[in-house]
Write a protein of this length. Structure first.
Length: 175
């Protein structure tokens, strides 16, 4: 699985010919496209577009969306099983009780880095990927973890790579 960051809350995840896009900033090509907030304009190449809560199964990708409230309204948090790994995209800093056994957690940090870190580690993921941050909030988030996280271009990961990892922060450079 290859995970790339496209800025703010936008990611592209691919495994072989299968692609998952989250909150794309521009029209993109993917098998499945998820939006945690209001949906942007999509193209015919966006594949199956999901814009809210519900349960979905598309091309061996299982997705469950949960409604979550944040300071600006409602967002959707997604729990997805893709290539044997559980990915969680937090739409806000409120996590539904059903979120468990997360392998890779995507967490927004800009509004409250300390709260974001505490929530992230409470979910006990193997890897935490911060999103929607500026330099100051990212620095605070990483400091909360007591780690030094050097940004990388992309995360290439297999399920076996996650064994033994506990809430490891991985910072991705924007494409």
């Amino acid at each position: 699985m290859i995970i790339t960051y496209q800025g703010k809350t936008a990611f592209k995840i691919s495994q072989g010919s299968l692609g998952l896009s989250i909150n794309p900033k521009a029209k993109t090509s993917a098998d499945v496209t998820l939006f945690t907030g209001s949906a942007e304009e999509t193209s015919d190449k966006s594949g199956f577009v999901i814009t809210g809560p519900g349960e979905y199964e598309i091309k061996d990708i299982f997705i469950k969306g949960f409604l979550a409230k944040d300071g600006t309204g409602f967002k959707t948090t997604y729990l997805s099983t893709f290539e044997g790994m559980k990915l969680c995209f937090l739409g806000s800093l409120e996590a539904p009780e059903e979120i468990e056994d997360v392998d890779i957690l995507f967490v927004p940090v800009n509004s409250d880095p300390t709260k974001a870190y505490k929530l992230a580690v409470s979910l006990e993921p193997s890897v935490i990927i911060p999103m929607d941050y500026d330099e100051k909030s990212l620095e605070q988030f990483v400091k909360e973890g007591g780690e030094k996280a050097e940004p990388i271009d992309k995360l290439v990961v297999k399920k076996k790579d996650l064994e033994g990892k506990e809430s490891e922060i991985v910072v991705l450079k924007e494409e």
